[in-house]
Write a protein that binds this ligand. Structure first.
Ligand code: XBP
Ligand code: MG
Length: 233
């Protein structure tokens, strides 16, 4: 019997990467006088590195012509990026993806527990939930595991293992909801069944092992379409 749903955040609860995270990074880079910005395809490429600080580090390693930042400089720029992200989200530009709110409510009504397992910073999760679900948004979840709480980010299984431990549930009794191959890998390696709702950025990734691959969870009037080739389990 299904006892809990564990949600990824970016790409799964809401489409936050292109117009919120990416824009916040670019504003922070500009404020710090850095001589680069991430266009949409470049950001897509570096999204494969999970975690904003890790992403910036990976980008700099590939671009030795740019100033090489220390870890503490990266942390400082990333702190500013987090604040800018919160301001962008507060403008209401990242609605929940179709069907997400309905699923949260119907799962809760069916007695399931709800949790989050994400790579992003806790402040960002709070901003997104507050903007879409109001003051009580955070408390709709039994546990929120986010960011640097585990040493190894997705695709490592650590964050899902951590959330399972906090929920005191077995992996097989839960369902993970993800949008990316990194997230799928993380959840599968923690033993969870995984439902994928893909995004513009994650379309075409290898979702082998997912229970289903949908393009959205769908509202009753717009049912989610099951994409071909995604069913492997
Ligand atoms: C997505 C990520 C995050 C965000 C940026 O995480 O990899 O790093 O892109 O957030 P998920 P931070 O899909 O697991 O929620 O800058 O706060 O890391
Ligand atoms: Mg994601």
């Amino acid at each position: 019997r299904l006892r809990a749903l564990i949600f990824d955040v970016d790409g799964t609860l809401a489409d936050t990467e292109r117009d919120a995270h990416r824009v916040a990074f670019n504003r922070a880079f500009s404020e710090f006088g850095l001589p680069f910005a991430w266009d949409v395809p470049t950001y897509g490429k570096y999204l494969k590195i999970t975690g904003g600080k890790e992403r910036l580090r990976g980008f700099l390693q590939d671009h030795p012509q740019y100033p090489q930042l220390t870890d503490s400089e990266i942390r400082e720029i990333h702190r500013r990026k987090t604040a800018l992200y919160g301001e962008i989200i507060a403008e209401g530009i990242a609605p929940l993806r179709p069907g997400v709110k309905r699923l949260l409510e119907s799962a809760r009504a069916a007695g399931m527990r709800l949790a989050i397992a994400t790579t992003t910073t806790p402040d960002n999760v709070a901003a997104l939930l507050q903007s879409n679900l109001g003051e009580g948004g955070w408390n709709r979840f039994d546990y929120i595991g986010a960011g640097d709480i585990v040493p190894q980010k997705k695709p490592a299984p650590d964050i899902y293992q951590h959330v399972l431990q906090r929920l005191d549930l077995m992996a097989a009794d839960c369902l993970a909801l993800e949008d990316s191959e990194n997230g799928l890998r993380s959840a599968l390696d923690a033993g969870l069944p995984v439902l994928i709702t893909q995004t513009e950025y994650t379309q075409g990734q290898d979702f082998t092992g997912a229970l289903r691959v949908l393009d959205q969870l769908g509202e009753p009037e717009h049912p989610g379409r099951i994409l071909q080739g995604g069913e492997t389990g």
